[in-house]
Design a protein around this ligand. Structure first.
Ligand SMILES: Cc1cc2nc3c(=O)[nH]c(=O)nc-3n(C[C@H](O)[C@H](O)[C@H](O)COP(=O)(O)OP(=O)(O)OC[C@H]3O[C@@H](n4cnc5c(N)ncnc54)[C@H](O)[C@@H]3O)c2cc1C
Length: 537
């Protein structure tokens, strides 16, 4: 027999299965030895009361029944199929599309401009330490896509589009902690994600898929509304019956290819702003109140804010508790910041994007690529400002003086205390920061468009009213945070998922403009393949 019950666990009881057993037996009125297995279905922290607790929903198996062996979501019974499917991009959308294909007997060819995750790590180190940017292998590009070196947050609002549970189970199958299956805010962490990506690659190769790394697609051969082959930067041609296009939101060349040939794209709203960094203990105090002290050993607190300023949305994006700021641009001469955390979220900082919605009317051009241009101009402005001010670089905590000297400040970040950001003053000195390439004082009113600046200033005041202490001398704004989602959508047929003009091409994931974040991009990749298979059958 199975039954469910919801129980409060105090922090010190959270990982103690003996305590669970006792509490469950008391709640259900059964002896502990009648319980054969316990599974957690859902767990969320409630820190509002005087004594914080984890509300935990259990599934209980009583004798003679027991919990089934976890089902493996990705099957190994793969049968070769004559269709040649090419996947461009090995991010979440591309990899989950590949898994769906091999499950159904297809052996896709995956073309990825970046390197294997093991080699990609070296490029990340070169960028972090010395400011050396490889345009094809960085925080956004390379095996695993943009989310590989991230906080690995897995929550999404797109639960109507597909099974989030299936994505989580697949990640667990490839090595993620089973806690992601029940945690209300699951995350994996940048120290664990690369091994999961490697395991997915091995599985796919064993199932007959082929990977080509450092293989950038630069051209598509289209005949009679069908893509017959794709051409790489080295001039190699890959013939295909169908193409899954999963190139992410930073692949400007792909958008330009479609625009230059007159294929349908449309402008879409996106969001842009700054990255805010606080000492983590301040955020934990704001969110947990009295409970933030060591006695309760709560995890570093997160936050999620959504404010309305006039008719604009301002919201926090990709918050990284116990995380660090990272340089996540993909092109020389630009500056973009994002955040990542290790699984333990143990750094002393908390950072998040604070971004303002930007709609096509803000850049006042009907050119379909106007949003990309708007984004790129600002990224260049931040970079230029960084280089003018390179002498002012403040040594940040994680980088040594030699490292900063070696990178000559190219990707140092403008920064301002949040208090000065609001009052429009240049900061006299900055607190320490996790940003490895250095921060320096700069007034953001000379960098950001007025509507973004003023919306952020107002939103920060509104947040501070709800969470007194959010505005503090110890917090900084840095930037630019501009890669929240794509400013362009590659049009596809709503039912078939295929491109409106190139019928055997399936644009999917964040780059196509139909998803945002790791989980929803993975779901979109699966959905694209399901539609493709439906057509083939
Ligand atoms: C630092 C950072 C932290 C993040 N943290 C989180 C988080 O915690 N949680 C979350 O949900 N989301 C996070 N995101 C966002 C998330 O990573 C993306 O939403 C997600 O990866 C999008 O998946 P995708 O497969 O659509 O595209 P991508 O992950 O961008 O993958 C696209 C892939 O295509 C490749 N490619 C592009 N063009 C070509 C070409 N012409 N030829 C061949 N290959 C090409 C790229 O190299 C890339 O590997 C983070 C992003 C960054 C940069």
């Amino acid at each position: 027999m199975t039954t469910e019950c919801s129980i409060r666990l105090f922090p010190q009881e959270k990982d103690n299965s003996e305590v669970w057993r006792k509490k469950i037996s008391a709640e259900l009125g059964i002896a502990t030895n009648e319980i054969s297995d316990i599974r957690i279905l859902r767990q969320s922290l409630d820190a509002r009361s005087s004594k914080p607790f984890y509300q935990t929903l259990f599934k209980i198996y009583t004798k003679p029944d027991s919990a089934p062996t976890p089902t493996i979501q990705a099957t190994t019974t793969i049968h070769p199929h004559p269709q040649k499917v090419i996947i461009i991009g090995a991010g979440p959308a591309g990899l989950f599309a590949a898994l769906e294909l091999v499950k159904n007997g297809y052996t896709p060819i995956i073309l990825e401009q970046g390197k294997k995750v093991e080699q990609r790590k070296k490029d990340i180190v070169a960028l972090q330490r010395y400011g050396i940017l490889n345009e094809n292998s960085n925080y956004c590009f390379g095996e695993g896509g943009a989310g590989t070196f991230s906080d690995g947050k897995l929550y999404t609002r797109s639960n109507k589009r597909g099974s989030i549970e299936k994505i989580l189970q697949t990640l667990v199958y490839f090595g993620a902690s089973p806690t992601i299956l029940y945690d209300a805010h699951p995350h994996i962490g940048s120290d664990k994600l690369p091994a999961i990506i490697t395991a997915i690659r091995s599985f796919l190769i064993n199932a007959g898929a082929e990977f080509y790394f450092e293989t950038k697609v630069v051209d598509f051969v289209v005949r009679g509304g069908q893509c017959t082959s794709v051409i790489t930067a080295e001039g190699r041609e890959f013939f295909c019956d169908n193409v899954i296009l999963a190139t992410g939101h930073s692949s400007n060349d792909i958008y330009k290819w479609f625009a230059a040939r007159g294929y349908a794209l449309e402008q879409k709203p996106f969001a842009l702003g700054v990255r805010v960094e606080h000492p983590q203990h301040i955020i934990s105090r704001l969110q947990y109140g009295h409970a933030c002290n060591a006695e309760y050993s709560l995890p570093p607190a997160e936050y999620r804010f959504a404010e309305q300023v006039a008719d604009r949305g301002v919201f926090s994006f990709c918050m990284c508790p116990g995380g660090v700021l990272v340089p996540s641009m993909t092109e020389q001469g630009t500056l973009v910041l994002n955040g990542m955390s290790a699984s333990a979220r143990s750094s002393q900082w908390a950072n998040a994007g604070m971004v303002v919605t930007v709609s096509p009317s803000d850049y006042g051009s009907s050119d379909v690529l106007a949003g990309l241009l708007f984004r790129e101009k600002l990224e260049r402005k931040f970079f230029t400002a960084a280089n003018i001010n390179a002498n002012f670089i403040t040594k940040s905590d994680t980088a040594s003086n030699t490292d900063i000297a070696a990178n000559t400040g190219c990707f140092g970040s403008p920064a301002q205390r949040i208090t000065d950001f609001i009052s429009g003053r240049r900061s006299a000195g900055l607190p320490r920061s996790s940003y490895p390439l250095g921060i320096y004082e700069h007034e953001f009113n000379t960098l950001l468009p007025t509507f973004i600046l003023q919306s952020l200033q107002q939103a920060f005041k509104q947040i501070d009213k709800k969470r007194k202490g959010f505005i503090t001398e110890d917090a900084i704004v840095t930037g630019l945070e501009s890669r929240t989602s794509s400013p362009v959508r590659i049009l596809r047929n709503r039912d078939t998922f295929s491109h409106t003009e190139i019928v055997n091409l399936y644009p999917c994931g964040e780059g196509a403009g139909y998803a945002g974040g790791i989980t929803s991009s993975a779901i979109d990749g699966i959905n694209a393949v399901k539609s493709l298979i439906k057509k083939l059958c």
